[in-house]
Ligand binder design. Structure first.
Ligand SMILES: [Zn+2]
Length: 105
C-alpha cells in the first residue's frame, strides 16, 4: 500500500498533515479501501473511500463522528461486500454537501 497513499495527506479543515499513525485502513476490497483519518491538530475525523485501479484513482471523504473503534465495530457486524462499498461510494456522490474533498488524479 505504500506509494499509493498520497491522495489524502492532510486535513481538509486545517491543512494539518496527517501523521502515519492517524490514518487507518479499515477495509480493503479489491481496488477500494475504506480509510479513517484523525487530524492530530483539530481532532476532526474523516472517513474516506479510496479507489485505486489502473484506470481510476479517486477518493471521496466525509466528516465523521465515528472513531476508528466505532467504525471497526460497525464493519465487523457483517462482512463487507463490493456492493456495500459501491453503495457507500454512491451515497457520497449523491450527498455532495457531505463531501470534504473529491480528488481525481
Ligand atoms: Zn485538522
Amino acid at each position: 500500500m505504500r506509494g499509493k497513499s498520497h491522495f489524502i495527506s492532510q486535513c481538509p479543515l486545517c491543512s494539518h498533515k496527517y501523521q502515519k499513525d492517524s490514518v487507518r485502513i479499515l477495509e480493503q476490497e479489491g481496488d477500494a479501501r475504506l480509510m479513517h483519518m484523525t487530524c492530530g491538530k483539530c481532532k476532526n475525523a474523516v472517513l474516506a473511500l479510496v479507489v485505486t485501479s489502473k484506470a481510476v484513482v479517486g477518493s471521496v471523504g466525509m466528516m465523521t463522528d465515528l472513531t476508528v473503534k466505532d467504525v471497526v465495530r460497525l464493519r465487523e457486524k457483517e462482512a463487507v461486500t463490493e456492493e456495500e462499498l459501491l453503495e457507500f461510494h454512491t451515497l457520497l456522490k449523491q450527498q455532495p454537501q457531505q463531501w470534504l474533498q473529491h480528488i481525481q488524479s
